[in-house]
Structure formats: C-alpha cells, structure tokens
Write a protein that binds this ligand. Structure first.
Ligand SMILES: [Zn+2]
Length: 138
C-alpha cells in the first residue's frame, strides 16, 4: 500500500478546489483514492493519485501534491473526449496567441458556462463534443 504525501503549498495553490468525491453519482457507488500502481500496476505521470469508482472504474486524477480532484469522475469515452477537445483547444489558443486567462474566458463564453466550471476535467461528453465543434469552425 502506498501512502499519499500531501504538500501544503500545492494544496494552497489550487484555485477553486473541489471536494474529494465519496460516491459516484452515476452508479451511486463508493469512490476511493488510489495510487496508480495499485490500479494499473505502474505509475503514470509525475503524480500518481486518482479517484476511482469501486463499481464502474470511472476515474479522475488529482492536482500534483494534493488529494484535490482535477474534476469529475469520467468513463473511458469521456476521458478520451476530454483529451481530444483539450488538445484542440490548446492548438487553437496557440494559433491565436491567447493568454492562459484569455483562452478560458473565451471558451467559457462560447460554451455559456461559468469560468470556475470551465475546466476540461469537469466536462461531460456533450460539452467535449461542443468544444470540438466550436473550435473546428474557428
Ligand atoms: Zn461507478
């Protein structure tokens, strides 16, 4: 068993932290914080901690140095869609030279959602699809 080593500085750096999930609303099952080693048999990335549903394996990573979830639990299809839409978004922002702040302001107004909710790790499948549609038009 691995033990999480939380960094208080990293905890304070996370803007708009969301609460660790205890249950996954979609299947009403228990969610646990696990080390990637115990889930996949190997560590992924630099910070291996993730929340995972004990029933359906939906999951989400955590901010490095913390136990704060990056967003909401997601299934395989949604995680893939988040990756694809985010990489399109990064390319679009780079092409247009938008700053980190500006790019998220624009995206939140295009999607008509609050800036505090405008994070790819919080998007559901439909929102990811909207991002893909919007950005391939621009
Ligand atoms: Zn589940």
């Amino acid at each position: 068993m691995h033990k999480i080593n939380i960094n208080p500085h990293a905890m304070r750096r996370v803007e708009h932290p969301i609460k660790p999930p205890k249950k996954y609303f979609n299947c009403n099952s228990k969610v646990v914080l696990q080390h990637a080693d115990d889930v996949f048999g190997r560590a992924l990335g630099t910070w291996p901690w993730l929340y995972i549903c004990t029933r359906c394996n939906c999951r989400v990573g955590t901010h490095p140095g913390t136990d704060i979830p990056m967003g909401t639990l997601a299934d395989h299809e949604t995680r893939k869609a988040r990756q694809i839409s985010k990489s399109l978004f990064i390319d679009w922002a780079k092409r247009n030279n938008y700053s980190q702040t500006r790019r998220y302001e624009l995206l939140s107004s295009m999607l008509d959602i609050k800036i505090t909710k405008c994070h790819f790790a919080m998007f559901d499948l439909d929102t990811c699809k909207s991002v893909i549609q919007l950005l391939t038009r621009h």
